[in-house]
Design a protein around this ligand. Structure first.
Ligand code: DC
Length: 235
């Protein structure tokens, strides 16, 4: 069923794409809350499928097993009081923390390069974002999922800075990462995400390029808030 006229008039998408560790989810979450928009973390969806594939000991080279794993995964986002972002549910279980495990991070790019997995996730993302006002972050949001998004941002930072941010995040969660290993892991993910055949990571046309290497989170959120506010004011 298509959207009604008033749903269309109320619909607004801010698409934020960029490489691993650029700070997309932190910034997207804060920008959404400041704008009064909902937040959709599409990376969490690919992570949930990867988590399930690991649980089921699927081979990452078995394309049809991955495709049916994606098709049979019930992924939902649940708003909770006192939580800055919705909880992620997979087949009715809360996997919000489990999908951030380094083992999932190491394998998710491979799962996300599967065209059938992508097609499944893209449909779900369009369905979720078709009503209301959203900040959506990922790799192909402005290029493939919502090419008509009212605002598109390409968020990036130097690889050293991105690895350092990931390092700090993992330390704060009790892991003991090695910076050099994170740099090569991120470089590998960048390579897979940018060179895959289906929906590779690239800057969308008409998008704002934001290099956050020497910006604070607040400065980035301010910039996005400013861009969206100007755009919303336009007829
Ligand atoms: O943003 P993240 O690190 O949680 O994303 C996890 C992986 O999912 C990332 O390596 C690329 C993939 N991804 C994707 O291919 N397309 C998206 N829209 C979002 C994430």
């Amino acid at each position: 069923m298509g959207n009604t006229g008033s749903e269309r008039a109320n619909q607004f998408v801010v698409a934020i794409d960029g490489p691993a560790g650029a700070g997309k989810s932190t910034v997207a979450k804060l920008a959404a809350s400041r704008l009064g928009f909902s937040y959709l973390d599409t990376g969490a969806m690919y992570r949930a499928v990867t988590y399930k594939a690991l649980q089921q000991h699927l081979s990452f080279s078995d394309k049809s097993a991955l495709a049916s794993c994606a098709a049979n995964s019930k992924i939902e986002f649940e708003d909770t009081v006192n939580c800055s972002a919705p909880r992620v549910k997979l087949d009715s279980h809360d996997v919000t923390d489990a999908i951030r495990d380094p083992e999932v991070s190491r394998n998710v790019s491979e799962v996300a390069s599967e065209p059938e997995v992508r097609s499944c996730m893209t449909s779900l993302q369009r369905e979720i974002g078709s009503r209301g006002r959203w900040v959506v972050d990922g790799r192909d949001i402005g290029t493939v999922v919502f090419p008509e998004a009212q605002v598109k941002i390409f968020l990036t930072a130097s690889i050293e800075e991105r690895a350092k941010r990931r390092f700090d995040e993992l330390v704060s969660k009790g892991y003991s990462p090695v910076l050099e290993e994170l740099i090569s892991e991120i470089a590998k993910r960048d390579g897979i995400d940018s060179n895959r055949k289906t929906a590779p990571l690239k800057q969308a046309e008409n998008s704002y390029y934001l290099d956050t290497t020497s910006l604070t989170i607040d400065q980035v959120v301010d910039k996005i808030y400013g861009i969206v506010t100007v755009k919303k004011g336009q007829p």
